[in-house]
Unconditional design. Structure first.
Length: 255
């Protein structure tokens, strides 16, 4: 097993560089901004929830209201951070950390908006709804690591942390990529399978028993393809029929 001590030292040095009075003041501003945003979010969320409980809301208003619930916290926190940034800049005090915090909050708002737009506009259904928070958190975490400059060292460190399995090499990076890619591709596979099933239900030329059989075949094929794509793009060796058979077995289980 290999481990990148240099990458760990670099990360510790980066953290030590932030341990200053200026950083402490900026962190205090961020904490205050988060508390203010959380308080405002609780009040606004109650009002929006009661609005959703009313009868007669159009689909457009319902979508807008649900999107507003997702954006209240990051936008309010962003406004509070920007207020603190302007104050520190006015007194000529370092505010670099607040700029990073503002970028992270903008990224959070954009990710939440895009993922919700994907769920509503392209992939409606319970599967993506259940995974929405996980997808948003994962995407934002990757963007956040990139913005603070920690993504590349983290990737290098995970790639160094590896074990040898015969002629193959398995690293922590490959495992993480496999998990994330599998989740993404399976989500797409289930969505496509659902769309195909809806099309078959609407068809007058397919009876119920044939529809069930075709749905299972389509789901089996899509899930198997999704797992094989995830294994390939994660860098795992698919030369053996054992891996291929295992992927098909998982596909049959999901089907």
């Amino acid at each position: 097993m290999e481990f990148s001590v240099e990458a760990l030292k670099g990360l510790i040095i980066r953290l030590a560089d932030y341990a200053t009075l200026e950083t402490g003041i900026s962190l205090a501003v961020v904490v205050i901004a988060v508390l203010v945003a959380w308080s405002v979010h609780r009040v606004v969320d109650r009002a929006l929830s009661s609005r959703l409980d009313r009868q007669g809301l159009t689909a457009r208003h319902e979508v807008t209201t649900r999107l507003a619930r997702r954006l209240v916290f990051p936008l309010v926190a962003l406004l509070a951070v920007l207020a603190g940034l302007f104050v520190l800049r006015a007194i000529d005090y370092p505010y670099g950390l607040l700029k990073i915090a503002a970028n992270l909050l903008v990224a959070l708002a954009l990710v939440r908006m895009l993922v919700y737009g994907l769920r509503v506009g392209f992939a409606q259904g319970p599967t993506l709804k259940a995974w929405e928070k996980f997808i948003s958190t994962t995407v934002w975490s990757i963007v956040a690591l990139h913005l603070v400059g920690w993504l590349e060292p983290l990737v290098l460190g995970m790639d160094k942390l590896s074990i040898d399995l015969g002629d193959s090499r398995l690293s922590l990076l490959m495992v993480v990529k496999l998990v994330l890619l599998s989740a993404l591709y399976l989500l797409v596979a289930f969505w496509v399978a659902g769309v195909v099933e809806q099309r078959m239900r609407a068809s007058r030329h397919i009876n119920a028993s044939m529809r069930v059989g075709l749905s299972k075949v389509v789901k089996f094929a899509l899930v198997s393809l999704a797992i094989l794509l995830a294994l390939t793009e994660a860098g795992l060796n698919l030369a053996s029929l054992t891996v291929f058979g295992g992927a098909l077995g998982v596909g049959i289980g999901f089907g």
